[in-house]
Design a binder for this molecule. Sequence first.
Ligand code: SAH
Length: 338
Amino acid sequence: MKNLYGFTKDELEHYFVSIGEKKYKATQVFEWLYIHNEQNIWNFSNIKKDVLIKMLTEFTTDFIKIEKVLKGPDVKKFLFRLLDGEKIEAVLMEHNYGLSVCVSSQVGCNMGCRFCESGRLKKVRNLDAYEIVEQILLIQNYIKKKVNSVVIMGIGEPFDNYDNIIKFIKIINDAKGLAIGARHITVSTCGLIPKIYEFSNLDLQVNLAISLHGATDEVRNKIMPVNKVYNIDKLIIAIRDYIAKTNRRVTIEYVMLNMVNDRKSDALALIRLLKGMNVYVNLIPYNETENIGFSKSNKERIDQFYNCLKSEGLNVTVRREFGGNIKAACGQLRSESE
Ligand code: SAH
């Protein structure tokens, strides 16, 4: 049996056609699931009983469970237990412009970024699309409010679970689904180049963020093993191609690690790399975790780095810090509960 929350409307249309029914039933199902928030297939009252019986033999609507919620002033962190007992996390952040949720894409991660807690626990498996959709539904039910934006920046490498991520995006973006605008959805990758090319051909209008974190192969090799397969030159070519094809600005994430990538020479290398590109650099204060030997750049070093980029005309911001005190950094909560 397949979970209904993992189906795009197109896929459901195919299903209904395949059992000799009209396509528009897919829209009705979406309205029940996402607009009326009805989980029980039996209660889909505008669909005939014999069709519902068929559906009940094909689909479940089981939910993952909230295991724990940690609350900070403007952030809530959710630990979820999946149906097979695995654990993942999501974070709800309250910005002045609305509510955003950061979802996980995999159980664990194989990318092995040295500073990241998620990678300490290797990938166990990919998340199915329904397990990503349900993170958002459960949070909405919990807070009794609608979420405005979604970032795929929790545990996992989304482009290592590409097909499920694309389905997830289509489901939450659907006007009859959660109707979250494409411009309010961001997918973040450590740089799996073939998938960046694939993504650029999709025409989804979703935001793309790249975890760069180093401006030379020397620095990036030390902290991100993925760079040994997809190095900076090839990555920049892929990003340029994406910008040319989509005409969209790309976010460059750069986590500030003390004395590792935050020196003046790093800033200058970053400027050389990005100058003239339609990108926006987001400097991320590192969220220190007990188990890993990296420390965060202090405020002065971040300011100097920021000013250096700014003075050369780069678009740059420093990310606001959320939830450090409640273990909201990537993978920390799950890692602690294992
Ligand atoms: N795998 C994807 C998405 C998940 S990580 C990616 O690499 O982009 C989301 C972002 O958080 C990445 O930029 C990641 O490098 C960063 N990150 C990981 N651990 C962090 C920490 N302890 N403090 C700050 N940022 C961290």
